[in-house]
Design a protein around this ligand. Sequence first.
Ligand SMILES: [Zn+2]
Length: 238
Amino acid sequence: MTENNDDTRKKISEKFERMLPQIWERARRNNEASKTEYMKQLHTKLLDDSRNQFPTSVFNTYLKGLSIVDISSDESIVFGTNSNLKKERLESEYLSLLKTSLKNITHVNYEISFVVNDFDIPDSLEGKSTDELYELAFGKEELARQKELKRNRLIQPDYDESLLNIVECVLCACDDVPNVSLSIPLKSKNVRIVSVTIKGARCSKCGESYYSMQDIDAIHKIEQLLEELYPHNRSDCQ
Ligand SMILES: [Zn+2]
């Protein structure tokens, strides 16, 4: 049971790590949007990993509000925080843990530095609209670009509020990523219930498929249930 979940999580994690270098490759070709996308993906993954590695209070105070300001080469990364106090504490106490997390994700031994953001990110981001948060993180231009992509997505024939409606493929930047049905194989010892079909999306150019984390969680639960209902090995199935 646990093994199935670990495997799936590992698969998702591996998939992410497979994606990162490709996004970075595009970023190197001076494509600012790709660099932004790379930093966004890395930021998400880093927060996800740090949540388990740091004590909750440390995570909430120092890590949660951390932003990636720049990655200037393959070896250096600049993090932004919102006060000098936090900057000093991060440098003196949490640098090596952060470095290890980064290395685990990217396999690069980054030189880490911190800056205090000139804009004031409130400790609590509550009450901010998604647009305001997005603008804080990625700037006005990127927000405008995203809005344009969303407007175009709305008028596509497959648009459906309850589906993913991906506006842009993170791998190849193609903006044609239609909602489609995807067949997901189930990890189970039984041989009769073998897959489920979910509504996801697939890039029409590179074929990358997308699904929601909520659906992945549901699949984990289905696999656990199958484990209970079909406890025997393949050969024992009646
Ligand atoms: Zn693609």
